[in-house]
Design a protein around this ligand. Structure first.
Ligand SMILES: Nc1ncnc2c1ncn2[C@@H]1O[C@H](COP(=O)(O)OP(=O)(O)OP(=O)(O)O)[C@@H](O)[C@H]1O
Length: 756
């Protein structure tokens, strides 16, 4: 390792190194992934409103705006000014810049107050690759027993019908092309709008552009007090639902889903005047890991600052329901209000999904959580809800969000997630399922859960239930595809040693691109392994690779679920601060976690599904940032599965418009790779690649080791050591050579054999 190269990232090396944009460098001007060359503002002919003319000569354009509409007019922080003053770097930015400026500065009131006609809405939604569908086929119909031929015909007819129905059920919501429309069209709380403004976001991302109009109710009224966006029952914009929908949203990683679900929740809670809830939380957001949950709490706190609303992270010892038999209750108001005080999380165990049995959980009872927004892992909330064998209900909850819904409804978390969902017994509950990947099984499970829940509620309710709300699906881009703004490298490393060598090469941040297939990877980056054992082993192996002059071992860290909550938090903080350059981890950090300045991701071990690849590599290239690199090493053992990943890479590059000849996965490679059977996919997803599972084989050796030495080298070394021990013993005991050899081998085998 060349220390000086490592230390001088900014000077000499930068001149000799090829120019490479880095996601860690600066703010992003346009967070959108699609439709950059399309004009966002409607053309005058297609606008509905009379006040649509833009230009200097219109009085309204020059008149100062009312304070509440002057949304982005005066950037108060340096960051605010950042993106606007940046030189346009790409064609994409150049194309969108004038608009960005106009919109972000809030120059034209009428531009923010757009209402688009159906054609224009369609055009904008299409250019941003948004598709909105009403999923109203709630109950899957049972197929009656019937002769095979008839059955086939019926199936075909049904499919065609469904296709037609699907086309009919598409919605074209009024796109939200500027955050200012949140005030002008939906009249969201002024404070919430200000908090959003402080984030200095220039434009809504695609998911925000599509989801917010579906989740917010248009409240813009004319002088007579009539809503200006009157909707008919079959309005194609979905305005007739008045924001009262259940939403299943599939949008790329890093596309800003968090604020897309937080804004409507906070706005609804504020308009319900539900800032403080004695009865229990009003909104519950479930996330699969503590890291993600705590990130969401931070976002929620930023968005609700100054509104009186509180958001808290569910921690061990907190109470969310009244308990019949009160054990040493301690009035810990801070904990209940969500202070930063340290508590150990119930989800800090080996497995995030583990439930701590009631008896073992020494309860330090606190007062009931008063925060209106509760963010939790499934286990943490369920532990607090469990009363003996029952799960207490949470009737106060009006909003339930499942972030990373596909993993929360996957077998590992499914039971816990559904228990929480069913515990939310309020008939007005609004559900949001969000993820970058969503299998059709998740959709079906969501629909059946909504149905069962409804049946149970109707049978137990004395008064008639309110009308059932529709389930709407929003898809941004191509479902289950990696974001198009990062570069992929799929590297054949042949063996485990090859991977280690490859990673060491990547650790030289200024090294010229090793292959023609893409740019080099610079710290900070994440390295993913298949298991905790391998993450720990890789960390030990690389610990001294960065010389003391460059910060030494403190620059590399490992983070996994076996560490305590405090240790995990400290590592996350240091990585975010840039003190740690290389973070080795497991799939614990694969989802949701937002590191804005992450330059890349290394899949040291191939991910165990295409979805896992999408999420892992999505830790870089957040909010449309360019320059992120995703390197995936594969060995002989991975060949049977690697097509899954190769397909995702090609789809992502196609989306980016990469030329066939420049694709990182060439067609010949794709053709040469074996197809992956359904069964193999399932096994891979559940257990990972067999050679790397942390299990002892029959001969007592541990598989899945990571070491610089090959198995052959280790064997030779062990034999040599064994021979020495044997010969010593022979000398001592005067025994014959053959027996000594055997003993020697045994002794050698018990020697250190590398990291497991
Ligand atoms: N309109 C916007 N403009 C610029 N940046 C934004 C915008 N909205 C959100 N962001 C930023 O984008 C980043 C990613 O947001 P977020 O974590 O919500 O993504 P996500 O879609 O939930 O990703 P994942 O699927 O990985 O969970 C965050 O740093 C957030 O602050």
């Amino acid at each position: 390792m060349n220390v000086f190269k490592l230390l001088s990232r900014s000077s000499k090396v930068a001149q000799s190194a090829p120019a490479q944009k880095l996601p860690s460098a600066g703010a992003v001007a346009n967070p959108q992934l699609f439709g950059h060359d399309e004009p966002i503002a409607p053309s005058p002919e297609t606008k509905k409103s009379k006040k649509r003319k833009r230009g200097k000569d219109t009085e309204e354009a020059t008149a100062p705006l009312p304070a509440d509409l002057d949304f982005f007019s005066a950037p108060s922080t340096k960051e605010d000014a950042g993106p606007k003053t940046q030189a346009p770097e790409t064609k994409r930015k150049r194309a969108s810049q004038p608009q960005d400026d106009a919109q972000s500065n809030g120059v034209h009131e009428e531009q923010h107050d757009e209402s688009y006609d159906e054609d224009e809405s369609k055009r904008i939604l299409r250019s941003h690759k948004l598709k909105v569908t009403v999923l109203e086929d709630f109950a899957p119909k049972e197929e009656e027993a019937q002769p095979e031929k008839k059955k086939k015909k019926r199936k075909k007819e049904k499919k065609e019908k469904e296709k037609k129905k699907e086309a009919k059920k598409q919605l074209f919501p009024q796109p939200l092309t500027s955050f200012a429309q949140l005030r002008s069209r939906y009249v969201i709380s002024r404070r919430l709008a200000e908090n959003l403004k402080e984030q200095a976001y220039t434009l809504p991302t695609e998911v925000q552009l599509g989801a917010l109009p579906l989740l917010l109710k248009s409240r813009k009224v004319d002088r007579e007090g009539h809503n200006v966006h009157q909707a008919t029952a079959d309005d194609m914009s979905g305005a007739q639902y008045g924001g009262d929908v259940d939403l299943l949203s599939v949008a790329p990683t890093g596309s800003g889903k968090t604020i897309a679900f937080l804004i409507p929740i906070i706005d609804a809670l504020l308009s319900e005047k539900a800032t403080n809830s004695e009865e229990g939380p009003r909104a519950v957001i479930v996330a699969p890991t503590r890291e993600l949950a705590s990130q969401i709490v931070n976002e929620a706190r930023k968005m609700s600052k100054g509104t009186g609303l509180k958001a808290t992270l569910m921690k061990k010892g907190m109470e969310v329901v009244d308990r019949p038999e009160e054990e040493d209750v301690e009035d810990d108001a801070d904990a209940a209000d969500g202070s930063e005080e340290e508590h150990e999380s119930a989800s800090d165990s080996e497995n995030e999904g583990k439930i701590v049995p009631q008896k073992e959980w020494k309860r330090k009872r606190a007062a009931k959580v008063k925060a209106a927004i509760l963010v939790t892992t499934p286990a943490a909330l369920l532990n607090a809800l469990k009363q003996n064998d029952d799960v207490a209900s949470l009737p106060s909850v009006r909003h339930l969000v499942l972030d990373e819904a596909d993993v929360l409804l996957d077998p590992l978390f499914r039971e816990q997630t559904l228990s929480i969902w069913n515990a939310c017994t309020n008939p007005l509950l609004r559900v949001g399922l969000w993820s970058a990947t969503m299998g059709s099984n998740v959709e079906a499970l969501a629909i059946s859960t909504l149905n069962t829940r409804w049946t149970t509620l109707s049978s137990s309710s004395k008064s008639p239930l309110p009308p059932r709300r529709p389930l709407i699906r929003l898809v941004v881009g191509l479902k289950d595809t990696a974001i198009p703004n990062i570069s992929h490298q799929l590297t054949y490393a042949a063996t485990e040693q090859g991977k280690l060598l490859g990673l060491r090469q990547l650790l030289h941040p200024t090294a010229a691109p090793t292959t023609s297939s893409g740019p080099s990877l610079r710290p900070p980056f994440l390295v993913f392994t298949q298991t905790i054992t391998r993450a720990v082993a890789l960390h030990s192996e690389l610990l001294y690779d960065i010389p003391p002059e460059a910060g030494g071992s403190s620059r590399i860290a490992v983070l996994h679920a076996d560490l305590s909550g405090t240790a995990r938090e400290a590592i996350m903080t240091n990585f975010r601060r840039g003190e740690i350059w290389v973070l080795i981890t497991t799939d614990l950090l694969a989802r949701g976690v937002d590191f804005r300045g992450l330059n890349g991701v290394v899949n040291y071990d191939v991910p165990n599904s295409a979805a896992a690849y999408v999420h892992r590599v999505g830790r870089t290239g957040r909010a449309g940032r360019e320059g992120g690199v995703a390197v995936t090493f594969y060995t002989q053992e991975d060949v049977p599965y690697v097509k899954l990943i190769a397909n995702v890479i090609r789809a992502s590059e196609k989306l980016r418009g990469v030329d066939e000849s420049e694709m990182s996965v060439q067609q010949w490679l794709l053709d040469a790779l074996p197809d992956v059977s359904k069964n193999d996919k399932q096994v891979l997803k559940r257990k990972g690649v067999e050679a790397r599972r942390s299990v002892k084989s029959e001969d007592g050796k541990v598989k899945g080791r990571i070491s610089t030495k090959s198995g052959y080298e280790r064997r030779v070394e062990n034999r040599r050591k064994g021979a020495k021990v044997g010969s010593r013993k022979r000398k001592e005991e005067g025994r014959d050579g053959e027996k000594g050899g055997e003993e020697g081998t045994e002794a050698g085998e018990s020697e250190f054999e590398g990291f497991e």
